[in-house]
Design a protein around this ligand. Structure first.
Ligand SMILES: NCc1[nH]cc(CCC(=O)O)c1CC(=O)O
Length: 307
């Protein structure tokens, strides 16, 4: 037990909070730890919309490299930022008990713009949030908003926008949830939203065992289903995809959705299976989406993103 587990993390306030949470849990189990904070590409490049940076993984790549080079033993990520395929040699070791899955809109104390076809401007850097917002409020404008949670809150305060969309979990974790917010219970969250994941090297039995003790089985199963749904649909491009798996007694229910970029087209599914059939459930639901018009929507998305 005397080996020090080096915990890799990005250096945003939220990422550090998450790494420190893991550190405390490992320390409570008797493990020695050290935090290693690194800057990631996703944090440095702020002026290009996320989806233009190409595929996924910009937030996790720097930590993947650090782990493959042996300068960290485990990495803590917001699970929704982790690409569905991990680099060779790196494996998922634990999913922590999930926090809130909800998206919220932070506003400026005036919600008139949400009524009677009023114009409005909402900021988000997420295609999923953009598409769902425009599907519900087609007469609104969505503008790009990048940066870590703190930067985004500041930009919202500085700009003439009506509101911006955030994950409730992120704002609660670092205690910056403004009073002016509403819960978007109609918005389907990102696959694995609100969950933290620990990854480690496949050949590092010590770190994997230590991290594995923090695994929360129900959160692991739900995020597995959601990410399998995502993986089957995405086909190498960042599309507006939402997925939420909920465990109810001995069953698991998946709500999954695929939108076009402008939010006009929507293909959705809601299905329940016995929990012991959770493997391949996400994949089956995604295949049904593709059969029910999803293939055409994916083609349209690819064309839209190429322009
Ligand atoms: N994409 C950035 C990101 N990654 C994880 C969170 C918050 C925590 C979570 O959703 O799990 C956020 C901020 C946000 O979406 O507002």
């Amino acid at each position: 037990m005397n080996k020090v587990i080096r915990i890799g993390t990005r250096d945003s306030q939220l990422a550090l909070w998450q790494a420190h949470t893991v550190e405390k849990k490992l320390n409570a189990l008797g493990y020695l730890t050290e935090i290693v904070a690194v800057k990631s590409t996703g944090d440095i490049i702020l002026d290009v919309p996320l989806y233009e940076l190409g595929i996924t993984g910009i937030f996790t790549k720097t930590l993947d490299i650090a782990m493959l080079q042996g300068t960290i033993d485990i990495a803590v990520h917001s699970m929704k930022d982790v690409p569905t395929a991990l680099p060779k040699g790196i494996v998922q070791s634990a999913v922590l008990e999930r926090a809130s899955v909800l998206d919220i809109m932070v506003h400026k104390g005036n919600l008139d713009f949400m009524h009677n076809n009023s114009p409005g401007t909402i900021a988000t850097g997420s295609l999923r949030r953009q598409a769902q917002w425009l599907n519900r409020f087609p007469h609104h404008t969505v503008v790009d908003l990048r940066g870590n949670v703190n930067t985004r809150l500041q930009k919202l305060a500085d700009q003439d926008w009506n509101g911006a969309v955030f994950a409730l979990a992120g704002l609660e974790r670092i205690a910056v949830l403004p009073e002016n917010h509403i819960t978007l219970d109609w918005m389907i969250p990102a696959p694995a939203q609100g969950a933290m994941v620990i990854v480690a090297m496949e050949n590092d039995a010590f770190s994997r065992e230590a991290a594995g003790k923090l695994n929360h089985l129900e959160s692991e199963i739900a995020t597995h289903v959601e990410r399998e749904f995502l993986k089957t649909l995405e086909g190498g491009c960042t599309a507006p995809i939402g997925a939420l798996a909920t465990i109810i007694g001995t069953t698991i229910r998946l709500e999954g959705v695929l939108f076009s970029i402008d939010g006009q087209d929507k293909v959705q599914i809601e299905k329940t299976v016995e929990i012991n059939h959770y493997k391949n459930f996400g994949r089956k639901c995604a295949l049904e989406i593709l059969e029910n018009g999803g293939i055409a929507v994916m083609e349209k998305i690819k064309k839209d993103l190429q322009q």
